[in-house]
Design a protein around this ligand. Sequence first.
Ligand SMILES: Cc1ncc(C[n+]2csc(CCOP(=O)(O)OP(=O)(O)O)c2C)c(N)n1
Ligand SMILES: [Mg+2]
Length: 796
Amino acid sequence: MAGTIETLRELEKKVLWLASWMIHNANHLRENTDGLKVGGHQASSASLATIMTALYFDVLKPADRVAVKPHASPIFHAIQYLLGKQTRERLEAFRGYKGAQSYPSRTKDIDDVDFSTGSVGLGVAQTLFSSLVQDYVRMHGWSLERPEGRMIALVGDAELDEGNVFEAVLEGWKQGLRNCWWIIDYNRQSLDAVVREGLWERYEQLFKNFGWDVVILKYGSLQQAAFKEPGGARLKAWINNCPNSLYSALVFAGGAAWRKRLNDEIGDQGDVSRLIEKRSDAELAALMNNLGGHDLRSVLDALHSIKHDKPTCFICYTIKGFGLPFAGHKDNHSGLMTPAQMDTFRSANKVRPGHEWDKFEGLSVPADRLQDFLRRVPRAQGGERQLKAAHIAVPDELAVTVQPTMSTQTGFGAILNEIGRGNTEFASRIVTTSPDVTVSTNLGPWVNRRGLFARETVADTFKSEQIPSTFNWEFSRKGQHIELGIAEANLFILLSALGLSHSINGVRLLPVGTLYDPFIARGLDQLNYACYQDARFMVVATPSGITLAPEGGAHQSVAEPLIGLAQDGLAAFEPAYVDELAVIMRWAFAYIQKDGDAAPSEQNWLRDETGGSVYLRLSTRPIEQIQRAMTAELRQQIVDGAYWLRKPGPNAQVVVAFTGAIAPEAIKAIGLMAEDRRDVGLLAVTSADRLNAGWTAAQRARERGLVHARSHIGRLLAEVPAHCGIVTVLDGHPATLAWLGAVNGHRTRALGVEHFGQTGALADLYEHYGIDANAIIAAAQAIAPGRPIRHLKALP
Ligand SMILES: Cc1ncc(C[n+]2csc(CCOP(=O)(O)OP(=O)(O)O)c2C)c(N)n1
Ligand SMILES: [Mg+2]
């Protein structure tokens, strides 16, 4: 152990050096072609150098997974470099094109990032939900041959201001969280300033209230030894009473300032004066800076002391910028060492000019011993960290009985209910979840069949008391629905965790989450985060739009179709008919399992080989269904994003393109127009997102020389005469479809909802927002004047 700690101390120094140098190189040495500040966080990184050294080189086991505080990314990359997982080229290109990423990224970095971080607070919650998912997987009998891992977050103290962290803590308590460690870098500084006094006490109480073990690492071993000296108790009391701001300021000011302050305040009290006086300025500063989170021995002891699987929060006192010239300064968040300061730091680290990137330069332990040590590091023994899991076969068709009139939301419930009947591998891998809207999003029949998941079996009291209920609410380890409290942020982080199970646990799950469409906005950053780290899931948003008429403006969603269009990693669909939905869901279950980096090819505009997550925007509006045979061609078109419900003829003056629940209005409008106009076309758009992606991809491909590249929408609109106008309409923002006019230069009028909704009957609202049949006809008249239309009423 003595040899180990000595080696770890050397590595701790090296990690801080490399991280600081990486940032320095990016800002001061690398060519700057655009005049932008490159940035990087030397102070935030320094704050975690000791703790991350202890973790990565000693404590972590291969099955443990870590979310690193985003702005400690340089420390992470430096550690991975020493472990041979990161290249010097990428460190030199830190924050540059194809360089190590500013914040650890599962998809953009090459060095074994377990969880991406960046938007503070999200990686923290991700570890909690990943731990729940690990339990889910194991209790279903999968992955038992692999050891359980601890899900660990390195948390900046200001990250705990993010509400989503506490939403997660509450949910974790409900679900019996285990194997989760949150290590708080308690440097008492945020970006702007020094944080409030006494936060640690709030955290301690809070975490204990939720069943966590709390370990406080306040004093380093130098301090602990000093407290045992005569006068030590007085010094300890002074430290405990010192306000955060003053402590930070004195850390920055250094040994002489410490001496003056301590002498002024407690210096005439006998023993303690001697304790102070017998130390030089440098020794006194070292003593006062020796907080628990920078004392390798204390950190190792604390981390190794945990033998249970209770969730554990470590509050580690640290100094932001520890060991660097701006340590403790409240303005140090984006502080960078000057070249002169870096020179001094270089000499202190015994690094010769020209040898800055050398792994073992300036260390007192011989290189071969260090190399040997690094080879044996426990975490590095596990092989590939991003695991692979076999694909689960999806049936060729998802069965559903299409009623003459039904809504897509009812269709969704019916499709899952049918899947739930079967005793298939496919059905067993589906896991559903919902933030307290299980019943109202129509997951009830599925849950009745497959049960709720919990570590402890809980019978449905209503059932045992023989009180009739539509729903069987029984919890067991075999259940396949995870019921969440009303926190949409938690829904998306849970989907993120479930959707990474193939990579984290080596077990593929097929996650389906449901919520009301407007509340996507409530968890939007979490959804974006899940997509950013390439988690795979289906999110079913229902009900949606002003079609949810009597519910009013607070429950109606307007902007979400644009989110669907713009969100990367998420293929968005809004089917009108249930048979379309069945096709899309079948496709989606396969799409969320795809992996690979297929380059675009003539056959592959949409880059389907890469896969992604899927968003379905559904409706509660029952509409008349079309009884039709589903051909292979129609199936493909539904998935590609659009098909002709009625092809425009050669004399067509107008085409109506619609999406979703507004279908009956579009059909009615073209029926009425047909009395006066010939050959009116009707385009059913099932996915504005996929159509748009295909269109831009095909253009890009043509510009790169693939001259035959044609997008699906390009082919469909090639059949529309040039003089023809297009009216687009949906129950959401009109910009979602407005771009259709740009495909072949057709004159276009885009109808949709631009303002907050309100209560009303459907007809009232469709008329008010200008998306009813009459508004469609008026728009057609305006862009493709023909003979006056008989049925046109005055618009409101
Ligand atoms: C959601 C979000 N809001 C704001 C930021 C910008 N930001 C980055 S770090 C930071 C302060 C973090 O302080 P703390 O967590 O205490 O870490 P420290 O720098 O002290 O180590 C802020 C506000 C962010 N990354 N994410
Ligand atoms: Mg902080």
